[in-house]
Every structure is written in structure tokens, then in C-alpha cells.
Design a binder for this molecule. Structure first.
Ligand code: GTP
Length: 345
């Protein structure tokens, strides 16, 4: 009996010029660029891998690593037909960060580069550079902080601490021109997809894991919970206030409810200066669905008491709350309408 052979695909993400190719070269791995995130793009990219047992798939800066991984698994059947490897397996999810530009990029509201070809998983292109960066960190098993020669040791350590805040489970490696001074990547996990889905710091904070944050450079987190819904007008004023009295929020993620849309559980998602609200598919009365707010904030010099007080002021007060959902619906709501029938299209 012959032992099964595998083609291991490491998914590599990073903004343009972060050092993805340098890392492939330094580690002696073949690198293939993946222009889309759909099954056809994945099958096409892998068709030429020949007898190699491991390659690095460079995903587009605007693609979400986890979505690409799902496409890779879906394309797995086709790939077995095209490649000489016996089966496809996911390797590490590697995110490459440019230490010299990271803090500028995470604070940017610029759009990430347009994907070169439209495909289902990209949808309408509205991903910002900051959003791309946080997704790349949160869905990584290995984060390589590259171009350390262009930053001070303190800046590199600060970036490492921020990465650990957003993704406490990943392996963090420092590199120059893709060459790491420390260890090699840890071997990929067998249950990589399941494991990654529990990795992001915001999921772990909301699950109550209470992870310790580094206080050295002021990086930290605040978890906000309250069973009451937000008043839409007061929440909009809070979001438009650019003062940093309660610290600098660099990332926030969670679930929330607007009083004017009482039966929809909303997704709260901010990266750098940009925030996006979307409806979730969670049922209003599901035991898993929060009644009000469950949001994890990550940033620098966060003043938990002040941030909590500011958010409390956005909730319905006692008099408004007693009015009930019929009255709440008539509150002026400045946020864009949600398409609640997306899945029915
Ligand atoms: N100073 C410095 N330059 C680096 C380092 N790593 C890569 N570079 C340079 O940065 C540029 C981009 O590096 P690549 O490895 O091609 O980056 P990439 O992410 O593959 O770039 P794209 O494929 O264009 O997205 C090249 O000119 C590299 O020589 C590093 O650690 N330090």
C-alpha cells in the first residue's frame, strides 16, 4: 500500500509590498498568486503545481483569508483531478505585515485595492486597507512582522503586542527580507478551520476569556455589554465625535441592537477610522442572540470607564425604554437601511 500524498496549501495574505514574495523565497517555497477567491480561481492557480507537496498561495489583499480557505476546500475535488498530489490540505494561514507602514495603514480610511476579477465572495468592493489588515491578523495562524530593519525594536514589540490583542493564538515571527531570526513556522493544525474560527481576540473576549492585555504601551481592550438597545440618533452622534477623550479605538467588533430596528441583531465592525453595520441572520429571540449590546473594543489608552459612560449615554433611557418596540420604531434613524432579504435574492 502506498502512503497518501498531500498538497499542502499555505494561504499568505498581506498588503502590496509587505514582503510576501520575500518570505516565499526565504523559506524556499513556491509561491502562486491567487487573483480571485472563487473555486475556478483556486483550481486554476493550483493546476500547475505538479509534484510539489507544499506551496504558498498569495491571496489578494482585499480577500478574506477564511473565505478563500472555504473556496480552497470546495475546489479540493477538482484539484485532485488536476494535480499529481493525492489530496489537498490547508497549511498555515500566514499574514505578512510591513512593520514600517502598519500604524499609518491601520489608521487609514483608504479602500484596499480593487480585486482584479469580480467573484462571488468579494461582493461589492468596500473593504478598506484597515479592514483588510485586521482580517488578515484575526484569521492567521502565523503573523510575520516583516521589514523590522525599517522600525525600532520598541515599535516592533508594540506591533507584536497589538497583533496578540487581535489574535492571541497566532504565532508571531519577526523578519527582515522574509528571513526570520527565530523559529520556523509551527506545523499547521489538522483542525485549522475550526481553530481559526475561535482565534480572533474579539470572539475570545466576548466569550468571557478575559485575556490579559499588555499595558506597557497603552494597548488594551474594553468589553461593553448592556441589555438595552441604542437610540439611533445618539449613537450616530457618538460615532461622529472624533475626540479621543476615551482613547484611540483601533478595532471593535460585536453584536448590537438599534431601538429603531428592534428585531434585528446587528453586526458591529470597525477597523481604524471606519465602521460598518450590517444585519446578521441571528433570530431576534434565539437564546444565543443578545438583547442589547456585546462589543469588544481594542485600542490605545482606552479609558474603560469613560468609554462605557459614553456608550451608556447612547442607550434608551428608562422613559424611552418603557415605550416598547412600537414606539422605538418611530425614532429618527440616520443609518442606511438594511436589506433584510439578501439571502432570498
Ligand atoms: N528594507 C526592507 N525591504 C524589504 C523587506 N522585505 C521586502 N522588502 C522589499 O520590499 C519590496 C516588496 O517585497 P516583496 O517581497 O516583493 O513584497 P510582496 O508582498 O510580495 O509584494 P507584492 O507581490 O507586490 O504585493 C521589495 O523591493 C523587497 O526587496 C525587508 O524586510 N526590509
Amino acid at each position: 500500500m502506498t502512503s497518501p500524498s498531500f498538497l499542502t496549501l499555505n494561504l499568505v495574505s498581506g498588503l502590496a509590498g509587505a514582503g510576501k514574495s520575500s518570505i516565499a523565497r526565504a523559506s524556499g517555497r513556491t509561491s502562486i498568486s491567487l487573483d480571485g477567491a472563487d473555486r475556478a480561481a483556486v483550481s486554476g492557480a493550483i493546476a500547475g503545481t505538479g509534484t510539489r507537496s507544499e506551496v504558498m498561495l498569495e491571496i489578494h489583499p482585499s480577500a478574506v483569508p477564511l473565505e478563500v480557505a472555504v473556496a480552497v476546500m470546495a475546489a479540493g475535488g477538482d484539484l485532485v483531478l488536476h494535480s499529481e498530489a493525492g489530496a489537498i490540505r490547508l497549511g498555515n494561514f500566514v499574514s505578512v505585515l510591513d512593520a514600517s507602514t502598519f500604524w499609518r495603514d491601520i489608521r487609514s480610511d483608504k479602500l484596499a485595492p480593487e480585486p482584479p476579477q469580480p467573484c462571488a465572495t468579494h461582493g461589492e468592493h468596500d473593504r478598506t486597507v484597515a479592514d483588510a489588515l485586521v482580517q488578515q491578523i484575526e484569521w492567521a495562524s502565523v503573523v510575520v512582522i516583516n521589514k523590522t530593519d525599517l522600525s525600532t525594536a520598541a515599535e516592533c514589540a508594540d506591533l507584536r503586542d497589538f497583533v496578540r490583542l487581535l489574535n492571541p493564538s497566532c504565532q508571531v515571527i519577526f523578519a527582515r527580507h522574509g528571513h526570520s531570526s527565530v523559529s520556523a513556522w509551527l506545523p499547521p493544525r489538522v483542525d485549522m478551520l475550526t481553530w481559526l474560527q475561535q482565534s480572533p481576540g474579539w470572539i475570545r473576549q466576548l466569550n468571557g476569556e478575559g485575556l490579559l492585555a499588555s499595558g506597557r504601551t497603552g494597548l488594551g481592550y474594553v468589553v461593553y455589554r448592556d441589555p438595552r438597545p441604542f437610540h439611533p440618533g445618539r449613537l450616530a452622534s457618538f460615532l461622529s465625535d472624533t475626540s479621543t477623550e476615551s482613547g484611540e479605538i483601533l478595532r471593535s467588533r460585536g453584536l448590537f441592537r438599534l431601538a429603531s430596528r428592534p428585531h434585528v441583531v446587528g453586526s458591529w465592525n470597525s477597523a481604524g477610522p471606519t465602521i460598518a453595520f450590517e444585519p446578521t441572520s441571528m433570530g431576534s429571540h434565539d437564546p444565543e442572540s443578545p438583547w442589547g449590546q456585546e462589543i469588544a473594543f481594542f485600542g490605545r489608552n482606552l479609558d474603560g470607564a469613560r468609554l462605557t459612560a459614553n456608550l451608556d449615554a447612547c442607550l434608551l433611557d428608562d422613559r424611552e425604554f418603557i415605550g416598547g418596540p412600537m414606539e422605538w420604531r418611530s425614532l429618527t434613524d440616520p443609518f442606511p437601511a438594511w436589506d433584510l432579504n439578501q439571502d432570498d435574492d
